[in-house]
Design a protein around this ligand. Structure first.
Ligand SMILES: Cc1ncc(COP(=O)(O)O)c(C=O)c1O
Length: 433
C-alpha cells in the first residue's frame, strides 16, 4: 500500500481525535484520500488578495465576467453567466446546501434540533452512494440490506467496492417489514464494523414503515451498537415526502438514528432527483448526523474523492434546484404534483387489490413512493412482462421469477384500470396455454 500523504494523515488525525467511531469505519481508500492544497488553495488565496490581476482560475474571463456563448445562454437568459458556467465549489453551492438542510429539517420534525452536517452536493444520489462506498467500504466488509432492493446498490457496494452483501427477506409472513429477519442479520454479525442500508419509501414495493416499526428498527441497531460494533447506517431517502397513507411515518428513519448512540453513524442520502422532479439534473445530497468538528475531516476526505471523480456537480443544475426552492410558487407546484401521484397510488390500491384478481396475484403492501409490486400466484414474471410488452405495448419490470413492478408514477390515473386488466388477461392466457 502507498505511504499515507501527510495531508491525509492530518485529516485522519482530525477524524480520530473528534470521533474514533467514524475513524474505525473508514476504508483503506478513506484513510488514503485527501484534497491536495495546490491550485485550489492558491486560487482561494488569490481570490482574497489579488486585487489587480487574478490569473489563477482555470476559466476564461472577459470584462470580468465568465466567458460564454450566447447561443447557449439564450436558453437561460434569467440566470447570470456565473451561476450557469463557472465551477461550483467541490462540495456544492453553499446557498443550496443551506437551503437543503433547512428543507430536511422542515420535512422531518425529528431533525429540528438534531446534529446535522451541511449537506454535501453530489452528482445525483448514485454518486453519493459511490462516495460512501469509497469512504467506508473495504473488500469483504459486510453490508446488510433486504432481499428486495434498488439494483444499483449491488453494483456500487458488491461489484465495485467488493463488500459482502448479507440479505434478509424484506417482508415478514404477515407482510410487514421483517424486523425479526433484520434483527437476526444484525445479531449474527460478529465483526466490529458493520454497514447497513435502509430505504423507505421502498423501491421496489412502495412500502413505508410505521412509527412502531421505525422504533423497532432503531432498537435493533442500538442493540448491535451496544456490543461495540461500529455501525454505518445508510438511509436512502430517494422518495422522501411521497407518503399516501396516514398510518405510516411521514418522515425519515434518519431522524431516529441521529444522536442515538456513539457507535451509530447515520448518513441520509437524498436528492432533487425525485423530490424536486429533477431526475436528469443530477443533484443529490449526503447529510451526516455528525457535528461540525467531525465533519471538517470528513469534508476533507469527501472533497478528495469528489475531486478525483466528477470534480463536482453541475453548476447550472445546482442553480436551477436552488432557484426553484426559492421561488414563490414552489410549494404550490410541488403539492400539485404530489396530489397527482397520490391519486394514482390510491387508484392502484383500489384496482389491483380487487377481488377479481385475488387468484392471480398478491399486491405487496404499498403506502408511498412510485411503485406497486405484484407477486404472481402462477406463471413466470419475465414471460408476463414480455407478453405485455409485445402484445399490448405495456412496459413493466420483472423483478424475479414471480414479481412484477409497476411504476404507476408514469401512468395516467385513467389508464390504471386498463393496465391491470391487461396484466390479468396476459396471466390468464399464459395459464391456458
Ligand atoms: C431507491 C433509489 N435510490 C436512489 C435513486 C436515485 O438515484 P439517482 O439520483 O442517481 O438517479 C433511485 C432511482 O431510481 C432509487 O430508486
Amino acid at each position: 500500500m502507498q505511504a499515507i500523504n501527510p495531508l491525509a494523515a492530518e485529516l485522519n488525525q482530525q477524524i480520530r481525535d473528534t470521533s474514533p467511531e467514524v475513524y474505525a469505519l473508514l476504508s483503506d481508500l478513506g484513510k488514503q484520500i485527501y484534497l491536495p492544497k495546490g491550485i485550489l488553495s492558491q486560487s482561494a488565496e488569490a481570490n482574497e488578495k489579488a486585487s489587480r490581476y487574478n490569473a489563477t482560475r482555470a476559466v476564461a474571463l472577459a470584462k470580468n465576467e465568465i466567458m460564454h456563448l450566447n447561443v447557449s445562454h439564450q436558453f437561460v437568459p434569467e440566470l447570470t453567466p456565473e451561476t450557469v458556467y463557472s465551477y461550483p465549489p467541490i462540495l456544492g453551492n453553499r446557498e443550496l446546501r443551506t437551503a437543503w438542510q433547512n428543507h430536511i429539517r422542515t420535512q422531518n420534525p425529528l431533525l429540528t434540533e438534531a446534529t446535522l452536517s451541511l449537506p454535501i452536493v453530489t452528482c445525483g444520489m448514485t454518486h453519493g452512494f459511490s462516495l460512501l462506498a469509497d469512504l467506508f467500504a473495504n473488500v469483504n466488509d459486510t453490508l446488510i440490506l433486504p432481499d428486495k432492493i434498488w439494483g444499483n446498490y449491488k453494483l456500487i457496494f458488491q461489484t465495485k467496492a467488493g463488500a459482502n452483501l448479507h440479505t434478509y427477506p424484506f417482508f415478514s409472513s404477515d407482510r410487514c417489514f421483517n424486523i425479526r429477519g433484520f434483527s437476526d442479520a444484525l445479531s449474527k454479525h460478529t465483526g466490529n464494523k458493520l454497514l447497513m442500508l435502509l430505504n423507505f419509501p421502498h423501491n421496489p414495493t412502495g412500502y413505508a414503515i410505521s412509527h412502531a416499526e421505525a422504533q423497532q428498527i432503531r432498537n435493533a441497531i442500538v442493540k448491535c451498537a451496544e456490543t461495540g460494533c461500529r455501525t454505518l447506517v445508510l438511509i436512502d431517502d430517494a422518495y422522501a415526502g411521497f407518503y399516501y397513507d396516514d398510518a405510516v411515518m411521514q418522515e425519515s428513519l434518519f431522524g431516529m438514528l441521529v444522536d442515538c448512540h456513539q457507535n451509530i453513524i447515520a448518513v441520509k442520502i437524498d436528492g432533487a432527483t425525485k423530490e424536486e422532479y429533477a431526475w436528469g439534473l443530477r443533484v443529490g445530497f449526503l447529510t451526516f448526523g455528525l457535528a461540525e468538528k467531525v465533519m471538517k475531516g470528513i469534508e476533507g476526505k469527501v472533497s478528495g474523492l469528489i475531486r478525483a471523480n466528477t470534480s463536482g456537480a453541475s453548476q447550472i443544475s445546482q442553480t436551477l434546484v436552488l432557484q426553484a426552492m426559492n421561488a414563490t410558487e414552489y410549494t404550490e407546484q410541488k403539492q400539485r404534483n404530489y396530489e397527482i401521484l397520490k391519486a394514482r397510488a390510491l387508484k392502484v390500491k383500489q384496482v389491483a387489490t380487487h377481488k377479481k384478481y385475488e387468484n392471480l396475484w398478491e399486491v405487496y403492501p404499498n403506502h408511498a413512493g412510485y411503485f406497486a409490486c405484484l407477486s404472481l400466484r402462477s406463471g413466470n414474471a419475465e414471460e408476463v412482462r414480455q407478453t405485455l410488452l409485445e402484445e399490448h405495448g405495456i412496459g413493466t419490470i420483472a423483478l424475479s421469477e414471480n414479481e412484477i413492478r409497476i411504476a404507476y408514477s408514469c401512468l395516467q390515473e385513467s389508464d390504471i384500470e386498463d393496465v391491470f386488466n391487461k396484466i390479468a388477461q396476459v396471466i390468464r392466457t399464459i395459464q391456458l396455454s
